[in-house]
Ligand binder design. Structure first.
Ligand code: ZN
Length: 341
């Protein structure tokens, strides 16, 4: 039996269409916090309920392989309602320690992820790995500071995130609203990776690999040795339209390489909890190839970036969620890169 306290910022998990059987609901800790806040409610009238109670502790996670857990984010942009819960995040449990892979888009949903981990294991959270710098993957980092983990990421992440920190904070404050934004801070990596790094969790190791510039210039993948599960971060989008913030040529080249990998399953940064290669990468490859072909044609015809923003990429419109929110950005990024070929 679990109780939910009415709260305008509480995501309605029951409204989500895709639920597996073994999801985990409200953690004990989250429940106690919620119950305590409920008891104190008359004293906290001036404070919105959600502000006083980090109630949204009902973060669904699924075990996609032994000891490998994934939370699936929503196909949305950040909002007060989703509190930055719009990307996938995971955690892997070894015999000695836990590693978290991405922390979602706010300290509050990061705390919910931490609570979900604590319903599964009390082992120390030794590593927090970020697959790249985007806020929907790193803005939950502060929720794990109390665990004193190593924050592990591509060595280029700090530079990228540092240069955009002010803008990311301002945009997210505006889109999340003041309540969901509360507690967000930039947490930089303490362990930068350049090439590969193995992390021993006891009984299993994680292989971290920095990748060429593709989705961003600081993408990093994680392979779990025990289950042969590959976390691709935003190198793989499914259902949610891909977003280009690195190199379209680099990304297409990397997809060719990734399709050759022999793994049991991959976890996308946005999409279902687990997918199979090589098919998982094919819609994204088609989308990026379409954008590249459209833009190259326009460049050849002497058209401008404004022309491209108006006309390119529409063939893919029906294949993706959030297509319109990102088309212009993707097309102009591709144009800026490809006009120098
Ligand atoms: Zn991203």
């Amino acid at each position: 039996m679990w109780h939910r306290i009415e709260c305008s910022f509480q995501p309605d998990i029951d409204a989500e269409p895709h639920r597996a059987t073994d999801r985990l609901l409200l953690s004990r800790q989250g429940f106690l916090r919620a119950a305590l806040a409920f008891a104190a409610a008359p004293l906290l009238k001036a404070i919105p309920a959600c502000f006083a109670t980090p109630v949204g502790a009902s973060l669904a996670v699924d075990e996609i392989g032994p000891g490998v857990f994934v939370h699936q984010g929503r196909y949305e942009v950040q909002s007060p309602e989703n509190r930055g819960d719009m990307a996938n995040a995971g955690f892997i449990v070894g015999t000695d320690a836990v590693a978290v892979i991405d922390t979602l888009g706010s300290t509050q949903v990061g705390r919910d992820l931490r609570d979900a981990i604590r319903t599964v294991t009390s082992k120390p959270i030794r590593y927090v790995i970020n697959t790249h710098m985007h806020p929907d993957h790193v803005f939950g980092n502060a929720a794990f500071k109390e665990d004193s983990p190593a924050f592990v990421a591509n060595h280029k992440l700090a530079r990228g995130l540092g240069s955009r920190a002010e803008r990311y904070l301002a945009i997210n404050k505006q889109m999340l609203g003041p309540e969901a934004f509360e507690g967000i801070e930039i947490v930089f990596p303490t362990v930068p990776v350049d090439g590969t790094l193995s992390l021993d969790l006891g009984g299993r190791t994680l292989l971290l690999e920095t990748q060429r510039t593709a989705h961003t210039d600081n993408d990093l993948t994680v392979t779990d040795s025990a289950t042969n599960t590959l976390f691709l971060g935003d190198l793989l989008f499914s259902v949610h339209v891909p977003t280009l913030d690195g190199s379209i040529k680099g990304w297409l080249a990397l997809i060719d390489d990734l399709k050759q990998r022999k793994v049991a399953r991959v976890v996308p940064g946005h999409g279902p909890r687990a997918m199979q290669l090589p098919g998982a990468l094919e819609p994204e490859q088609r989308y990026l190839a379409t954008i590249a072909a459209d833009v190259r044609k326009l460049i050849k015809e002497g058209k401008t970036i404004e022309d491209a923003a108006k006309t390119a990429g529409f063939e893919e419109r029906d294949a993706w969620k959030l297509f319109d929110q990102y088309r212009v950005r993707n097309v102009t990024a591709a144009f800026a890169e490809l006009e120098w070929e």
